[in-house]
Write a protein that binds this ligand. Structure first.
Ligand code: NAD
Ligand code: TDX
Length: 343
């Protein structure tokens, strides 16, 4: 089968490319990626050596380019990872989030409708459900939880989900959606919490924790997310949404402390700074549906996955140094330069 993976030069898409080449070697993977600031060909260096892999540079919102891709490649399956993915950037500049995440998804859906595919899979997020109270550990997001997005990023992802489901109902495009919790692992762009803290700690820079650091995220090792998507492609029912998460809730401050512990760096590096606007309090996925229907189980425990991730950043300094020594410095100054300390 020909599988188009959009956004495959990014964090999760890149990991998914390697997962598929390893676990489904008979398939051909075509990565379609615009190579925005978050896309990185260095991530795909090993994949480029594989005959079952091809890279095509292009924008999912560029209809002409997408149709040309479909004509050339004739995909059986499309997995859409391509997105603007960072909440803080969406708070600064929402528009590109609408263009890529909503209009880009719609262009892909139109192409699927026009050329015919056996599956369009939308990689969505638990953030579409909004947040949960911290003092109600009994509450979880299920697939029936109402959409209640908080940030421009999550609002754009929720909008895309609605469009995907509309193309199923209206045009019978065979779609599935996964809504996963926070991922971590290799190739994670340094703007996100875990890689940012690892890299700052390695450089003996301050670790900027938003507010008190009491916000809770439900962390899943990226390979477990990839295995869930592969399973949904194989056995998932069309028109269905599957939540993906491994019941691993952690306060941000505790994640940061664990990173410092692994790296043997002092907690005095932690600096509490101005909170994120509209900061979601807690995410927590109920994965009962994917477990019962498809038999999915996560395999990597957080302590193991976090240590493995830190070791990956230690062993792959060139990968992240190239990023943090470039345009990222302007981003960092803009986002963190004026953030006040909150002790
Ligand atoms: P990322 O920012 O690391 O990668 C995004 C990739 O998409 C990059 O390679 C970028 O070049 C590409 N891209 C951006 N705009 C594009 C466009 N217009 N056309 C083609 N390619 C474009 O993101 P990620 O963290 O790997 O997330 C991948 C997907 O998973 C996103 O849809 C995100 O919403 C979703 N998701 C992420 C998480 C997480 O914890 N990171 C959790 C759940 C869901
Ligand atoms: O410098 C920081 N300090 C800090 O305290 C950063 C970058 C983050 N944080 C906090 C904010 C969040 O509570 O850490 C938590 C995690 O932040 P992010 O890594 O930015 O992730 P989050 O906002 O939870 O969104 C992520 O998970 C869901 C991904 O970026 C999304 O793409 C995905 O959909």
């Amino acid at each position: 089968m020909n599988i188009v993976v959009t956004g495959g030069a990014g964090f999760i898409g890149g990991n998914f490319v390697y997962y598929m080449l390893r676990h489904h070697p008979q398939d051909t993977i075509i990565c379609y990626d615009a190579l925005t600031y978050a896309g990185n060909l260095a991530t795909l260096e090993e994949a480029m050596k594989n005959d079952h892999f091809r890279f095509v540079k292009g924008d999912i919102a560029d209809r002409t380019a997408v149709y040309k891709l479909f004509e050339e490649v004739k995909p059986d399956i499309v997995v859409n990872f391509a997105a603007e993915s960072h909440v803080d950037r969406s708070i600064e500049s929402p528009e590109i989030f609408l263009r890529t995440n909503v209009l880009g998804t719609q262009v892909l859906l139109d192409a699927c409708r026009k050329y015919g595919i056996t599956r369009f899979h939308q990689v969505s997020t638990d953030e579409v459900y909004g947040d949960l109270p911290i003092d109600r550990p009994d509450l979880f997001f299920t697939e029936n939880t109402n959409l209640h997005a908080s940030s421009p990023y999550s609002a754009s992802k929720a909008s895309a989900d609605l469009m995907v489901l509309a193309y199923f109902r209206t045009y019978n495009v065979p779609v599935t959606i996964s809504r996963c919790s926070n991922n971590y692992g290799p190739y994670h762009f340094p703007e996100k919490l875990i890689p940012l803290m690892i890299i700052n700690a390695l450089n003996n820079k301050k670790l900027p924790v938003y507010g008190a650091g009491e916000n809770v995220r439900d962390w899943l090792y990226v390979e477990d997310h990839c295995s869930a998507i592969a399973l949904i492609l194989g056995k998932g029912r069309v028109g269905e949404v599957y939540n993906v998460g491994g019941h691993n809730e952690q306060k941000n401050i505790d994640v940061v402390r664990q990173i410092l512990q692994i790296l043997d760096r002092p907690e005095t590096l932690i600096e509490h700074v101005t909170d994120r606007k509209g900061h979601d309090l807690r995410y927590a996925i109920d994965p009962t549906k994917i477990r019962n229907e498809l038999g999915w189980q996560p395999t990597t425990k957080f302590a193991v996955g976090l240590k493995r991730t830190v070791e990956w950043y230690l062993a792959n300094k060139t990968w992240w140094e190239t990023i943090v020594n470039g345009e990222y410095q302007n981003y960092y100054e803009k986002m963190y330069g004026n953030r006040e300390r909150r002790d």
